[in-house]
Design a protein around this ligand. Sequence first.
Ligand code: PGA
Length: 252
Amino acid sequence: MQSSSARARWVIGNWKMNGSLASNAALLEVLTAAPRPRPGCSIGVCVPSPYLNQAQRLLGATHVVLGAQDVSEHESGAFTGQVSAAMLREFGGRLVLVGHSERRQHNAETSEVVAAKARTAFAHGLTPVICVGETLLDRESGAAEATVSAQLAPCASLVRDAGTSLVFAYEPVWAIGTGKTATPGEAQAMHAFIREEIASFSPNARDTSILYGGSVKSSNAQALFSQVDIDGGLIGGASLVAADFLAIAAAL
Ligand code: PGA
């Protein structure tokens, strides 16, 4: 079932800390040679920052959209190791993930920092892909919605200002890299909840894209993407294999 709204549909690869010049070139060659998705649908890849230059060169004017996996909330200055939004733009970045659960977990990123990163990205013309999702403990204790709501709350003013220039990704932490996927029904229920939360911040909720992530594969993509509030996917492991990623994109 396709949504009747104006929402952009996306399949975005999150390569995480994987890749090499040789393997990236092979993967991007296949992705760029594949037919472009139908109108209203796009595919993108979020590459490790050192490979932005290579990816910018190889993607050129193709339909594959380039993104990064993180951005600093600061403009520039004494922030050793961080990468600015302006730098991502110079290297052709159009998307950037913010608040991926691995960064929330391993880099202690708070939801306030995530919102600040998203605001900086938006101010520089990048589309932030704001990731939210509960842990298994949250879900088992009945706190999944409260957790996601608290993660979204600091983004309220940005949602008002940025309208539909933001993308959200619901990624239950227990489904990331585990092979366990939320059922289409579980995912749809949380997407509908996220859309209601966004609607409490801005009138644009109906036109805001919300992607699902967490062990998406070619075998489950269709069932997930056909849910009324699921507008595509954020793909980790399966985005590293061209045929798998393209098969997922074909389910858009
Ligand atoms: P996965 O990762 O598809 O490997 O579960 C998704 C993500 O972390 O974005």
